[in-house]
Design a protein around this ligand. Structure first.
Ligand code: NDP
Ligand code: HSE
Length: 438
């Protein structure tokens, strides 16, 4: 059978990985797909750099629209990134009747509804395995392998850059800025690393998983997003003393009691004995809890050229196998049939239920602890553990660390405001959410 022809828009870290893996495993991939998959056109603006990589194995163009205009191209891969030009090109490719593969989570989390609707209208597939957790086939697992389940919650380390930074800080005492520079050098970070360290990239991925898990539209604008930039080395140490690790988690959870879904990204204390707490460096891990299967853990490289290429090429093979199928009988983009999506609301952060780590810098004098615990008791917030640092000789202040049981965030906000107003609380109270994940 005639090989399927592929055009690649964007030849950076991931694009180069796709080129290399397709070249190296060409025969193995052909045997799996049932026909050859040929990368016949490549586009990047620095055309000479692209030529130096691909040689004469593919036509190189500076203008990605030449790929879309080529009637021989069956599948377009978008690896440019961002939500501006990438959105235009993806929509143009769909309108031209091309199937699309993308690793662009920002694009799908923000414009997914528009893109999937256009794809349905034109009978083409948009595949995005690489958009969440790099090389881990989590989209396939959620959309197909776990399809029998009512998914209850998902919690994942889904940003390699921040996990790398947190690991370097915890295990080597590395400085935040140095660890970030190293993650950028290794090709893990987004073009704008603010997206990584402020939790935005993880929120893009959590948004996509939430849609697939619960059969709701992608709603990035409703996600609660908090990154790692305000984390303090002291909190990493105190967490360890209490048997916890701090990880940036993307969490989405069904909350039937509140009639909604939690969708949030924030630093989280996780018991050190959990497997996910031991995921280090740029590795990713996603825990999915389904009613039938129980808890499953999906682990692997979440960023980098070849791990991401692995997911991009899996999509190419899927499309190659399925593109002759009647569009109504393909796996739906968001796992649920488009007419069966629900409009279940995303809960506000005030409605979210978690337990908390609190660190209070307080005057070391009689009655301070009693007033603090009194405020928590009045708020019906139950204390799980309490630690007070022994103050040094002559030191007039100390740190009090409190772990709470589950409570509604809104109630905790009220208690924190009351504690903060005490004259004996000397600095802004640090609050980190905690999840037992059991
Ligand atoms: P890079 O910045 O390394 O590569 C982007 C490429 O796009 C460059 O080759 C750039 O080259 C090219 N480009 C930019 N504008 C255009 C344009 N108008 N037309 C054609 N080419 C263009 O990004 P990555 O490879 O790291 O990431 C690509 C995508 O994959 C992003 O969406 C990212 O979020 C996602 N991703 C990345 C992962 C990673 O580990 N890096 C992992 C998972 C997903 P030039 O400037 O010469 O045009
Ligand atoms: N910047 C992302 C990360 C790339 O660090 O995880 C993978 O999506």
């Amino acid at each position: 059978m005639k090989p399927i022809q592929v055009g690649l828009m964007g030849l950076g870290t991931v694009g180069a990985g796709v080129f290399e893996v397709l070249r190296r495993n060409r025969e193995e991939i052909r045997r799996r797909a049932g026909r050859g998959i040929e990368l016949t056109m490549v586009s990047r603006r620095q055309i000479e750099a692209a030529r130096a990589l691909v040689g004469d194995s593919a036509v190189v163009v500076a203008d990605a629209r030449e790929i879309i205009a080529n009637p021989d191209i069956d599948i377009v891969i978008e690896l440019i990134g961002g939500t501006a030009i990438a959105r235009e090109l993806v929509l143009e490719a769909i309108h031209a009747g091309k199937h699309v593969v993308t690793a662009n989570k920002a694009l799908l989390a923000v414009h997914g509804t528009e893109i999937f609707a256009a794809a349905r209208e034109h009978g083409v597939m948009v595949a995005f395995e690489a958009a969440v957790a790099g090389g881990i086939p989590i989209i396939k697992a959620l959309r197909e392998g776990l399809t029998a389940n009512r998914i209850e919650w998902i919690a994942g380390i889904i940003n390699g850059t921040t996990n790398f930074i947190l690991s370097e800080m915890r295990t080597k005492g590395a400085d935040f800025a140095d660890a970030l520079k190293e993650a950028q050098r290794l090709g893990y970070a987004e073009a704008d690393p603010t997206f990584d360290i402020e939790g935005v990239d993880a929120a893009h991925k959590a948004t996509i998983m939430s849609a697939i898990a619960f059969g709701i539209p992608v709603q990035f604008d409703k996600a609660y997003v908090e990154g790692v930039t305000k984390l303090n080395a002291a909190d990493i140490r105190y967490a360890e003393q209490l048997g916890y690790r701090i990880k940036l988690l993307g969490i989405t959870k069904r909350r039937d009691d509140a009639g909604g879904i939690e969708l949030r990204v924030h630093p989280t204390l996780v018991p050190a004995k959990r497997l996910i707490a031991n995921v280090e460096g740029a590795m990713n891990a996603v825990v999915v809890h389904g009613d039938a299967v129980g808890t499953t853990l999906h682990y692997g490289k979440g960023a980098g050229a070849e791990p991401t290429a692995s997911a991009v090429i899996a999509d190419l093979v899927d499309i190659t196998r399925l593109h002759t199928a009647d569009p109504d009988h393909r796996v739906p983009h968001l796992a649920f049939q488009p007419g069966s999506l629900h409009d279940t609301r995303i809960l506000t952060i005030d409605e979210v239920v978690t337990s908390f780590y609190l660190r209070l810098q307080v005057a070391d004098q009689a009655g301070v602890l009693a007033r603090i615990t009194g405020i928590l008791a009045e708020g019906n917030i139950s204390i799980d553990a309490l630690l007070q640092r022994e103050s040094a000789e002559g030191e007039a202040q100390t740190d009090v660390i409190i772990l709470t049981h589950d409570t509604v965030e809104g109630r905790m906000n009220t208690a924190i405001a009351q504690m903060q107003a005490l004259p004996t609380v000397l600095a802004p109270i640090v609050r980190i959410r905690k999840e037992e994940l059991n």
